[in-house]
Design a protein around this ligand. Structure first.
Ligand code: C5P
Length: 238
């Protein structure tokens, strides 16, 4: 995966997606489709976006018994998306089953979608870990443990905070993908994200790819905003 910038299509409907995408007539984008859009529009939204030449991260965060996840992943692979994910909390057997399902569902001659694990949601606090989940370890140890488990299960990487990337890279190697949301340009509001980073910092810390939503989708000129974020993300490569 060559360090893409992924735009979070946090829209309610196909019409909203179309309005947004038509502002990028000559760009091949990498977009993220989450639960909100997928559950409203169904699998046809994937075909619709793919037909326009864009790459897709289908962010459904699967978490169920191994066989159910395997069968679900088999179906998702048939949609020929590029990236999918599961919750690492589902355990090693479930993550292995996810890879098995993806491999089975990938059409002949095509590449299996990459699969990453959510270690802990960014909405999970230290307090929640201890009081709700009764986990006595510190949040960062839990994140590292889940990431190791994901790697042992054959997954390709994790979704994590930019601030966890350095440690994960040094413990698990640079080829293990780190996908980092919570990206904001200098001086922008962080909204509901608690630990944000600029694209430049994400790059310096070693993120494989960044996920950017509102800094592009909610701007008056999304194309201009996209180019600004893209230039900042690719800055050191030039
Ligand atoms: O608008 P913003 O850039 O904050 O959007 C970030 C996107 O990344 C949203 O789609 C959000 O659901 C997603 N995400 C996240 N934190 C995670 C996993 C996914 O913000 N840990």
């Amino acid at each position: 995966m060559n360090r893409p910038l992924i735009i979070a299509l946090d829209f309610k409907s196909r019409d909203e997606v179309d309005l947004f995408l038509k502002q990028f007539p000559n760009e091949q984008l990498f977009v993220k489709v989450g639960m909100e859009l997928f559950y409203q529009e169904g699998p046809s939204i994937i075909t619709h976006i793919k037909n326009q030449g864009h790459k897709i991260f289908l962010d459904l965060k699967l978490h169920d018994i191994p066989n159910t996840v395997k069968q679900a992943m088999k179906g998702l692979a048939k949609l020929e998306v590029d990236l999918v994910n599961v919750h690492a909390a589902g355990g090693k057997k479930m993550m292995e089953a996810a890879i098995e399902g993806l491999t089975l569902g990938t059409p002949l001659g095509k590449t299996r979608p990459a699969c990453i694990a959510v270690t802990q949601l960014t909405s999970t606090s230290e307090k929640m870990i201890q009081e709700d989940l009764l986990i006595t370890e510190q949040l960062d140890s839990v994140v590292l443990h889940y990431a190791k488990l994901a790697q042992e299960s054959g997954l390709d990487g994790v979704v994590c905070s930019t601030h966890e990337v350095k440690r994960l890279n040094s413990e698990l190697g640079r080829s293990f993908i780190t996908v980092t949301p919570g990206i904001r340009m200098e001086g922008e509001s962080s909204d509901d994200q608690s630990r944000v980073a600029t694209p430049q910092l994400a790059k310096r810390l070693g993120s494989t790819c960044i996920v950017v939503g509102r800094s592009i989708t909610k701007q008056q000129n999304p194309y201009k905003a996209y180019m600004k974020v893209k230039n900042a993300w690719e800055e050191n490569e030039k």
